[in-house]
Design a protein around this ligand. Structure first.
Ligand code: BG6
Length: 235
């Protein structure tokens, strides 16, 4: 039985804080088009949370391309990233998804520490574009990790930066690979989005708009093992 109270909340970035998942999809779809095959939103689901090069390999597999020299693969990944960055340059603070800022403010008012755990190398740029750095105490991202989700590395690194034990963290994740990684890290997970994709999460919600911050935290407490506690008082 867990006895640690919640001390930290760790957030996926793409598709959870900002809807960049649609930009990833558009850029990958353009690349597939150039390579001469179609790429559906359903196929795109398996790329969520996965590193850039692994995503490329999955995409190529969809197109029936199983062998390609590394230099060519790197060139294609860079090409996709250039398109993706053009989309990212259009982001503004208004693009933070509904309910996210108020939930983060509530967590911080309760003394719960906050971190980003993202597979993306573009995470710092995205955070600056939408001006959310001040809402986080730590950032673990694609620039600081070796193994991408579903490996637990990014979550464990975020917890380490916060100085909080993994068992005292809960994670907000939008991708199946991330849900798996958080579970392997020994953390509790709230899935944000499609219930079928995120079925392994301890709790699933559509968006942060679905529940008031206080209610969401109480839901997590109810869903968590006994012994997990959380501050419900707003300051
Ligand atoms: C994850 C996304 O957050 O970051 C993946 O869910 C993406 O779709 C991965 O492939 C790497 O992102 P980037 O920005 O480094 O290409």
């Amino acid at each position: 039985m867990r006895t640690q109270p919640f001390e930290a909340a760790i957030f996926d970035l793409d598709g959870v804080i900002v809807d960049t998942a649609k930009f990833h999809y558009q850029a990958w779809k353009s690349l597939a088009g150039e390579l001469g095959f179609d790429f559906s939103e359903r196929e795109n689901e398996q790329l969520k949370g996965v590193s850039r090069m692994e995503s490329l390999d999955l995409l190529l597999r969809v197109g029936g391309i199983t062998e390609m020299p590394l230099t060519r693969r790197e060139a294609l990944a860079n090409r996709k990233n250039e398109w993706y960055k053009e989309y990212l340059a259009t982001l503004t603070p208004a693009d933070v998804l509904p309910g996210v800022r108020s939930f983060l403010a509530h967590l911080r008012s309760c003394g719960i520490r906050t971190a980003i755990a993202s597979a993306s190398k573009n995470a710092p740029f995205i955070m600056d574009q939408v001006n959310i750095r001040p809402l986080f105490d730590a950032i673990a991202d694609g620039n600081s990790i070796v193994k991408a989700k579903p490996d637990p590395e990014v979550f464990l690194q975020a917890a380490r930066q916060l100085g909080v034990a993994p068992g005292a963290c809960f994670v907000f994740e939008g991708a199946a690979a991330g849900v798996e990684g958080a579970i392997r890290a020994g953390m509790r997970v709230v899935g944000i989005g499609d219930g079928q994709q995120l079925a392994r999460a301890h709790l699933i919600i559509n968006s942060f708009q679905q529940l008031e911050p206080v209610i969401l935290l109480s839901q997590i407490t109810v869903t968590g093992d006994s012994g997990w506690g959380v501050c419900l008082n707003e300051q």
